[in-house]
Design a binder for this molecule. Sequence first.
Ligand code: SF4
Length: 332
Amino acid sequence: NNVKTYFPVKKGVMKKTVGYVKAVDDISIDVYKGETLGLVGESGCGKTTLGKSILQLVPATDGEMNYNFDGDVKDLRTLDRKSLDAARKRMQIVFQDPHSSLNPSFTIYQSLSDPLKKFGVEKKEDRRKIIGDLLEAVNMRAEYMDRYPHEFSGGQRQRIGIARALSVNPELIVCDEAVSALDVSIQAQVLNLLKKLKEERDLTYIFITHDLSVVEYISDRIAVMYLGRIVELAEADELYKNKLHPYTQALLSAIFVAEPDRKTNRIILEGDVPSPMNPPSGCSFHPRCSYCMDVCKVERPALKKYEIDGTDHYVACHMVEQKKEGKYNGEI
Ligand code: SF4
């Protein structure tokens, strides 16, 4: 609720704070057990910072991060060190780059053994059994545990990264651009593996990506981020069918369609993404929005809920609000 993650910008010998990069700027969102929530947006929109703030890897500067511990809801930001360590067992991350997320001087057994030891699996033979089972769960052979990362392809390393995340039996996994560094055919294998594991292990995913085809394939709901804020949130099918926010419309118009005869109405946005240190007033998308009205320049639009085709659809846009209220007659 109202999560902010700001990074101070320091200058001069005295390292004086001259401003803040507002990577996550007042976001409130629910993640439901068993769902895959896609977080999508351009590079630098704050999606990775939000994912890492949820896991308490990058501390948020404000807001509440409420987690339901089997019926007991607690704010992760207020937990002491010991309770936070215990909570971490429930939440894991799969990183983007399978080449740098595994220590090259450790065997796979050594890399996967560490979290198991930390969370109380004392006996080596027990750890070897668990790691062998985990490797088989991600479609690899158990005996691979005695090999080094350089002996595997990118896709295999990412599957090892997934096995490592699964090693402590988490409930929630943040997949941070987990397939972006892989070839398309390997991407499909890893995505299908993630889907299968989710069903088998009753997992919840927060799936962070800039790839719009990937996010449509894997997500139940999708949140679109722009400059540290959520501008639209809906079920995946609904979002692709009824994209309401002008930024979402531009973003989704960029999806590549593998049909030469099918015309796509690509929306080209003018200008660059503004600096998150000095975001524009009002709606932060207003300098690039072709629907911009006077109110957009001064008033930040709230993320409002609309019921469309029986589903909840959230949008932060004055024009959509006025359209729904019958005050705006233009085309959306
Ligand atoms: Fe465009 Fe205004 Fe909507 Fe922002 S609030 S997206 S500027 S119409």
